[in-house]
Design a protein around this ligand. Sequence first.
Ligand code: AMP
Ligand code: GLY
Length: 424
Amino acid sequence: MRILVIGSGGREDAIVHSFAGDKTAQGQPAHQLHAAPGNPGIGRLATLHQVDINDGAAVTALAEELAADLVVIGPEAPLVAGVADSLRAAGVACFGPSAKAAQLEGSKAFAKEIMAAAGVPTAAAILATTKEEAEKALDQFGAPYVVKNDGLAAGKGVVVTKDRDQALAHAEACFAAGAPVVIEEYLDGPEISLFCITDGTTVLPLAPAQDFKRALDGDQGPNTGGMGAYSPLPWAPSDLTDQVMEKVARPTVAEMARRGHPFAGVLYCGLALTSRGLRVVEFNARFGDPETQVVLARLKTPLAAMLLAAAQGHLSQFTELQWSSQAAVTVVVAAEGYPGAVTKGGPITGIERAEANDAVTVLHAGTALNADGQLVAAGGRVLNVVALGRDLDAARKRAYAGVDAISLPGSHHRTDIALRASQL
Ligand code: AMP
Ligand code: GLY
């Protein structure tokens, strides 16, 4: 297949690595891979193209020029902007939901409405557009307070705090920027990410993973896009996936279809296992980053064929997926300052040394080549060191050995990714 992957993060590098693993009977690469805009890591396996990824006409023109058999859209912004609609209108097979369906991620209020209609368990929530409404909602739910920007905010629009003034300040900052906020009940209990591939009718769950959202060890510090992840989850109930399918994924996909806006792509179910049962924390309309890096590291079923089937409405061909029995851990190496203003341009060395262990892959996220051809940091989350091992303890030791081999001045990473789960 000729496949075009849209995006430039660690998630897209993981997807490209997964595609690159498919071989023909003769042992040749099964696919011709392209990416836009990609990054230097993705460029190791795919031809890179410069295009405005939020411009549907431009992405469609590129896909047609490449005669792409499949376009896979990684990030949420092009989905919400309708890039999948442009591709499909031109007859190009595209993995990723329509703009309307992507509102499950693009608007927290819309997601709440769908969940209410579909009977999906989630935190009680109130939409507020003024300071008075926000204060009333905060006092109704009490501490800890959860205040969410209604629109897309790259994983940073949510404040969870016991400090009422801080909660209110976040609401007022969102209002000042023109966005309403969703204020909701606090969900206790561990969080899980479960990605469900769907063609709008058939729903196929991948393996659950756990993300580490806070910047610092011990779940301290500000929320980030995700500082690391692992899979599988040895502590999760054995019927977790069945429960999510029955209570969350199938009813949501059915409700979207009923409204005439079928959701085809990956429905990312962000869940909390609370003392009162399973609750949806959020939906995303795309693969999670960095959870995808560990989920795909363990997936043995060819991803490209599965995503093409989802794009073409034939996902029912796939029933059981094959998984490696190994565990996977990824640790994010972040640039100085992340998740605040980051220092860019720092030189990155040691990737080859990290990858000298075959069980370790270093995926690129925020990297670039400078004028001298030196690999440098170009974003907040710079690298994802992914490792496989016979169990989580072995995988995390390998991942951290990889992190230790890498040097980027001022960089930081969490040291406790998968630690507790590895000790169970
Ligand atoms: P979201 O963008 O909705 O995923 O929120 C980002 C993060 O904030 C989540 O992954 C949780 O860690 C936290 N969070 C969001 N909603 C809640 C909630 N209702 N209760 C507790 N924590 C939450
Ligand atoms: N890892 C969280 C996200 O992708 O939104």
